[in-house]
Design a protein around this ligand. Sequence first.
Ligand SMILES: [Fe+2]
Length: 341
Amino acid sequence: MRYQTSLLNLGVTAMLTLGTAIPVLAQEVNIYSSRHYDTDEKLYSDFTDATGIEVNRIEGEADELIARLRAEGANSPADILLTVDAGRIWLADREGLLQPVSSEVLNERIPEHLRHPDGHWFGFSTRARTIFYAKDRVDNPPLTYAALADPEWEGRLCVRSASNIYNLSLMGAIIAHEGPDAAKTWAEGVLANLARPPEGGDTDQLRGLVSGVCDVALSNTYYFARALDQDIDGLTGSTDGIGIVFPDQDGNGTHVNIAAAGVTANAPNRDAAVAFLEYLTSPSAQEFFANQNYEFPVVEGVETGPVAASLGDFKSDTLNLNALGENQPDAQRIFNEVGFP
Ligand SMILES: [Fe+2]
């Protein structure tokens, strides 16, 4: 496998530098991560077993980690920043907190639209932002994002706040495809259709379908998948009554986002950091990384976990996700202009 070649190179480099094979064991990689699951432990220990590189983690909210990186500057011990949503890692990149990585392994395995054009960050799992509906009240659900703005859905829609990064990123994609004027008209239409002022996270929008507050809701796929597999209050046990639509299958494809990681600008262990990112594209790590949050692997040929796969096959939008960040200021401006809370 390709990533093993790189790990070998890493070992050779260490031997040349220090004159012995042992220092490879003393290597470490420091990860600032806003993604944390109990099952991560095995992902990290497998990497250490395979390479001898110790993994140290600091976990926190993306905004906190980015602020910490900024404050630490050149003295930061961080080698890798790991976040969810391309819009968030774009914010870190805009501040110069990431550096370019040129890796054949990463470029070959990760589809082009799921990584920064110059290797500042890479996507390691995808999630789709999809439409859910109450089967008993909706016969013909909206099949496109555009349809969410149709007057037919007046007072029937649950969507979380526009300030949330998931909605900013979706809006960024709509701006990229339709232009800012059409995007603004869409935002006005969606706002007019809300069943209630935005409240809570994606799970709360799905709960709204169960409680009858709304008939149609917008949510990332993994929140629904989680309720199929775990006990989620107000949702588990009622999922049979909820239908899913992967929007825009006859158009651009469904909007997807990523869990993304990049090498920090001042990474003290750059080679180990690249080796870790390459490891994340190995089939076993891919399965593990995606499945633990009911997401989709990015590497071709790696099987999607059974729960996420049960949602169905779909065509993804292949817009380069860097556009979501680049359009983020416009997305925020448009939501503000139409008064979307
Ligand atoms: Fe989330």
